[in-house]
Design a protein around this ligand. Structure first.
Ligand code: TNX
Length: 537
């Protein structure tokens, strides 16, 4: 009842605004025709129908949102802020303007059965209005990214007295191909600040990512405060690769990242890598160590030499505390237990360990993810395998009915060098130029059935990078391609078409001060005017 009333009030406000606008009829603006179907949207939407006119975004535009459902009003303010970043316009949200209102953007909660998932949306743009329909605020947030991407970087100042940003008209019907669209940051080999991580989140959100996986511990560093085991960060957090001073997130800082990600509709997946990759934990508390050697802080880049002692109850009591504390400040459904490259853990001990940890993760209400090696344990099909190298393990995951996250190193690893001249990165899996990172088919990668695939994740390991500029050099532009691979359908993906849209991301990336790798395969657009006009013959 209440909701009908609010909707009615809203309708009256909007009608009022439009009537006011009709009364103050200004001369029609004659836009040069625009074409939505060639707009530079990444990921490419499911369906785009162009109507070849323009919606003039200007100071006489107002944003209205549904006010009944959680989050829609916030999405409206978010859109206003983002429009202001490009245009310096200050669009009002759900407020009557003192100006006349010529055009509205309306973000509408809809229960239409055409909206299949929470992230599905429709975007209808005419000369007078831009309407977003979605079931949830999450869907509206994804739609808003599409809208942002079709706002030209510069105004057209010749159409009217005020600057106008002409937005192509038409219809977009969109939904994600995979729900898990992730990237991982290794903050263990080198530590990255809260500010760095937030900047990364900003860019991921623009390309409709849904997951940020944080690799929070490894041989070289422990990066999250655990209140019941303070030496983990005091000792284990004190260094990093190359011997610099490391660092860690307090729980408050971690929550700040989680909240920031949540405001961008991105779920944080925390990873504590074990039983291998645990040198930093074992230096902090030597009883954890199971490799029989005396442990000391490690600043190199070798893998596979460390292990927890898998047969001690005290080790599991420790893990219980760690999983409990992290789960309590992680609203998302997942906990990643690592499980990779435990080369000095005996096979039986490894299986015993993974089985025990799976129970602890479940006890704290989380769903376990692990690198593909975990499938060798007796885990059930609720656990998720992250396929990075072993096809045999991926096949076993499918046999067990598990979901798989695709992170094949030779395609999805962001720390692989682009080519032999790349300034940063490794190449143990392959050189991964921008085209190779994009040209593959997750839907049937290595014969894994589509129904087993939860999504794609592009991990950025940090052995060779220590600053945000270096991080961006490896992540971008490849992470933009992974966004399209995980959101857009196979029919909608095409390298020739994608690389033009990618070239046109340059003005956005420059504005965001992203130091992307300017691959020669792409004809990067330098002009700031990214609005596409149809050529008249
Ligand atoms: C393999 S991928 C690792 C990481 C390294 C990475 C470097 C995986 C599960 N383990 O420990 O950082 O290669 O590319």
């Amino acid at each position: 009842m209440k909701s009908i009333l609010i909707k009615t009030i809203l309708a009256v406000i909007i009608m009022g605004a439009l009537v006011a606008c009709a009364e103050n009829k200004k001369p029609e603006i004659n836009f040069p025709p625009t074409d939505l179907s060639v707009a530079n949207m990444i990921p490419k939407p499911l369906k785009t129908i162009a109507t070849n006119n323009a919606f003039g975004l200007d100071q006489f535009t107002t944003i209205y949102t549904s006010q009944t459902d959680n989050g829609f009003v916030e999405v409206g303010h978010y859109l206003s802020d983002k429009i202001s970043e490009v245009t310096k316009l200050n669009l009002l949200v759900n407020e009557k303007s003192e100006n006349t209102v010529d055009r509205i953007i309306y973000i509408n909660q809809s229960d239409s059965t055409d909206l299949a998932t929470n992230e599905s949306y429709q975007l209808y743009i005419t000369k007078d209005s831009a309407i977003i329909n979605s079931k949830t605020a999450e869907g509206a947030f994804r739609a808003v990214q599409t809208f942002r991407q079709i706002i030209p970087e510069s105004s057209n100042d010749t159409l009217a007295e005020q600057p106008i940003w002409p937005i192509p008209t038409g219809k977009i019907i969109d939904a994600p191909n995979f729900e898990y669209r992730g990237s991982m940051l290794d903050v263990a080999r080198h530590f990255f600040s809260v500010e760095d991580v937030k900047k990364y989140i900003d860019i991921l959100a623009y390309y409709k990512y849904s997951i940020l996986h944080l690799h929070l511990s490894d041989d070289q560093g422990w990066r999250i405060e655990i209140k019941s085991w303070p030496k983990l960060t005091e000792v284990g957090g004190s260094t990093e690769v190359g011997g610099e001073s490391g660092g860690f997130y307090t729980q408050e800082e971690y929550k700040e990242i989680v909240d920031y990600a949540a405001a961008n509709y991105i779920t944080v997946v925390p990873e504590i890598d074990m039983p291998g990759h645990t040198n930093a934990a074992s230096v902090s508390y030597p009883f954890l160590n199971g490799n029989g050697k005396k442990v000391k802080l490690y600043e190199g880049t070798h893998v596979g030499f460390s292990t927890f002692d898998t047969r001690k109850d005290t080790v599991y009591a420790f893990i219980d505390d760690v999983v409990r504390e992290i789960s309590a400040i992680t609203p998302g459904p997942y906990f990643h237990m690592g499980g990779d490259e435990s080369h000095v853990t005996k096979k039986n001990d490894y299986i015993h360990f993974v089985n025990k940890v799976e129970k602890i993760v479940k006890k704290y209400g989380k769903r376990m993810i692990g690198w593909d090696e975990i499938v060798t344990a007796d885990i059930d099909n609720q656990a998720i395998a992250q396929f990075w190298s072993s096809k045999e393990n991926a096949d076993m995951a499918v046999k067990k009915g598990m979901k798989v996250i695709l992170s094949p190193a030779k395609k999805a690893y962001l720390d692989m060098q682009y080519d032999s001249l790349s300034k940063h990165g490794l190449h143990w899996a392959a050189f991964v130029p921008v085209d190779s990172a994009y040209i593959w088919t997750p839907e049937n990668y290595e014969g894994i059935p589509t129904e087993n695939i939860l999504g794609i994740e592009a991990p950025l390991w940090s052995e060779t990078i220590s600053t945000i500029d270096e991080l961006e050099y490896l992540a971008f532009p490849r992470a933009i391609g992974h966004a399209e691979l995980s959101w857009s359908t196979q029919e909608n993906r095409d390298w020739g078409n994608y690389k033009v849209r990618l070239a046109n991301q340059a003005p956005y990336l420059d504005r965001m001060d992203v130091k992307y790798y300017p691959s020669k395969l792409i004809d990067w657009k330098k002009s700031k005017y990214s609005y596409t006009e149809i050529k008249k013959d």
